[in-house]
Design a protein around this ligand. Structure first.
Ligand code: HEC
Length: 576
């Protein structure tokens, strides 16, 4: 056996590390592969053959392309919709540079001293299941786990391209660009239009603060999560960073002032991915009682959990008082993903907050449809009263109050990851954006006690019958979009600024990865129109608003943008 075939027998990983002298020809550099693939057209059929060649590349060992997501890596059936050519090139050349959410490598050390690596497929009271690089599902009982941790290195090996010529690599990329979500199965509903027209003249996103807000030296990629205006102070904003920092930003006539409102980098758990400090809401009587509420992750008793905590500002509202927080609720995570993130007081004075299914993919334990759990739900509590041994009370009109075996905090259910929601300032309707899995992203108007489908539905599409409960009804989304338009939805606000504006009453939402901003109009819960309003330069992680009903977009990498509707018209779109 020569070196190459030994490596293949050991399965891929070492092919990546093959020293240059062991190769027959000089291996091109990453830059050479990149440049060639970005400037040449490849052959799709040859690329498809390379992709499914188990000996040469082994892509098929880890990736399905039929939408079933049955292997260790993400299903690539819509890779050409979800990613541009440059992103696809980089995904193959530098797999660990950005790791697909939920597909990070988990490393487990067993009590027997064995080390197992793979992506997480199941996690529950019995133990976990990891899919390894060979496509083998490995079950590890809870009692056998010595240590379990995430890794910053992708399970996808580096250097897969090394056996390929520049032209072959380009063929492979060409093939990936052709993987598109089939339109026929998805245009089934009016709420998911095949095309989203762009405004003839996009809205303008102008930097709101002069400098990006960043934290130097964080061990993993981390960024901004939210911006909220301090009640009663129209020019003062709090900006949240995932790692636990909260800045106070004041706009003055001459510029801006930046100070630290609170530093929670100790108590907040942040490792990587969608966790850390997620959201903030002010008590409706904040000017009198100075109370505000945070949703964030902690690491306690060996488990990652999401908490809602009550905090208090100083009398001058300049910073947090430093008093210990009052913990209202703690919800343990299963796989650390999908922990919601938004909390808001309704006009009724109750605190609403979203909680995701906490992963892993496919909600394999049926959390979102299980009414005994707080996972995959919109929750509603009364923070001003305490009852039943809880640090809060249950409002008398919560839909499941008094029912046996159902958590009374539940307001609505069937969500995967309700990352951002808001109330329409005029109609008080609750608009929620639920982050989808492999196929679509959705927008819901949430009503008391209703079921929004996950994991029986994803958007308008049936997803799985595993946890379908006989007789349960489902409420359909208002709007959904497919991979062509983005991979991770961010909910925003219904615009209630200038009454004469063509955008008055339009719901703004956007996509974290494609950075697009959409404007949605509905009637009786059905989609009336959706247009692409514009884009922002950074990952669109959140929207913000203020007392004057201006809207802002929060860029994950540190910039906040004010959205200017001035020159645009909602009703004028580009000809297709
Ligand atoms: C050992 C398993 C493995 C092999 C072999 C493998 N991949 Fe991957 N791949 C993964 C995993 C796991 C991820 C997700 C983590 C990440 O983003 O790096 C991934 C991510 C990707 C992504 C990004 C997808 C997304 O949704 O972000 C693309 C594109 C991709 N792989 C293409 C390929 C191609 C093409 C090949 C063959 C040359 C290949 N992979 C071989 C495991 C593998």
């Amino acid at each position: 056996m020569n070196r190459q075939s030994v490596c293949l027998a050991l399965a891929l990983v070492c092919a990546a590390n093959l020293p240059a002298h062991a190769q027959t020809a000089k291996v091109p550099t990453l830059d050479e592969y990149r440049r060639y693939a970005l400037t040449h057209e490849g052959d799709i059929a040859r690329g498809a053959k390379l992709f499914s060649d188990e000996q040469k590349l082994a892509c098929v060992k880890c990736h399905s392309t039929d939408g079933k997501a049955s292997k260790a890596g993400p299903d690539l059936y819509a890779a050409g919709d979800a990613y541009g050519r440059r992103d696809l090139v980089n995904s193959v050349l530098t797999p660990s540079a950005t790791i697909a959410p939920g597909y990070g490598t988990v490393i487990v050390e067993t009590k027997a001293g064995e080390q197992v690596q793979g992506t997480l497929k199941q996690s529950n009271a019995d133990g976990i299941q990891l899919m390894n690089a060979e496509g083998k599902l490995i079950k590890i009982a809870k009692a056998d786990i010595q240590q379990q941790q995430g890794s910053a290195t992708s399970l996808m090996p580096e250097g897969l391209q090394n056996g390929l010529t520049l032209a072959e690599f380009t063929d492979l990329i060409e093939y990936l660009t052709t993987l598109k979500q089939p339109a026929n199965t998805l245009v089934s509903d009016h709420g998911m239009p095949p095309q989203i027209p762009e405004l003839a003249k996009p809205i303008v996103a102008t930097p709101f603060f002069a400098e990006p807000l960043t934290v130097a030296g964080t061990k993993a990629r981390a960024g901004l999560t939210e911006m909220v205006q301090v009640p009663g102070s129209p020019d003062v904003f709090l900006v949240l960073h995932q790692t636990g920092l909260i800045w106070r930003m004041q706009k003055t006539a001459t510029g801006e002032q930046k100070s630290v409102f609170s530093d929670l980098t100790g108590p907040v758990f942040y490792e990587r991915g969608p966790n850390g400090l997620l959201g903030l809401a002010f008590h409706p009587k904040f000017r009198e009682n100075r109370k505000y509420y945070l949703q964030h992750q902690i690491f306690e008793d060996g488990t990652v959990a999401t908490v809602i905590e009550e905090k208090e500002a100083t009398a001058d509202f300049m910073r947090d008082s430093g008093k210990p927080p009052r913990r209202l609720i703690k919800i343990n995570s299963v796989a650390e993903d999908h922990s919601g993130g938004s909390l808001e007081f309704g006009a009724d004075g109750y605190l609403y907050f979203g909680m995701g299914d906490t992963g892993p993919h496919n909600d394999p334990n049926g959390h979102a449809q299980n009414l005994k759990l707080l996972l995959g739900k919109m929750l509603r509590i009364d923070v001003d009263h305490q009852a039943d041994g809880n640090a809060y009370a249950i409002p008398s009109d919560n839909p499941f109050r008094g029912q046996a075996d159902v958590r009374p905090e539940i307001w609505a259910y069937g969500f995967r990851n309700p990352w951002r929601f808001s109330f329409d300032a005029v109609t008080h309707e609750l608009w929620l954006a639920d982050v989808g899995q492999d196929r679509v992203e959705e927008v819901d108007i949430v009503h008391r006690g209703e079921n929004y489908g996950w994991s029986v539905f994803e958007g308008f599409e049936p997803f799985s019958n595993q946890y379908r409960v006989e007789g349960r009804k489902f409420t359909r989304p208002v709007f959904a979009y497919r991979r062509k338009y983005g991979n991770s939805i961010t909910g925003g606000y219904v615009y209630r600024g200038d009454k004469k504006s063509s955008f008055y009453g339009v719901y703004l939402c956007g996509d974290y990865t494609s950075k697009r901003i959409f404007g949605v109009k509905q009637e009786k819960g059905a989609l009336k129109a959706v247009h692409q309003l514009g884009t922002i330069p950074q990952g669109l992680v959140s929207f913000g608003t203020d007392e004057a009903n201006n809207l802002y977009a929060v860029g994950y990498e540190g910039m906040i943008y004010r959205l200017d509707f001035g020159g645009a018209n909602y009703n004028e779109v580009k000809a297709e």
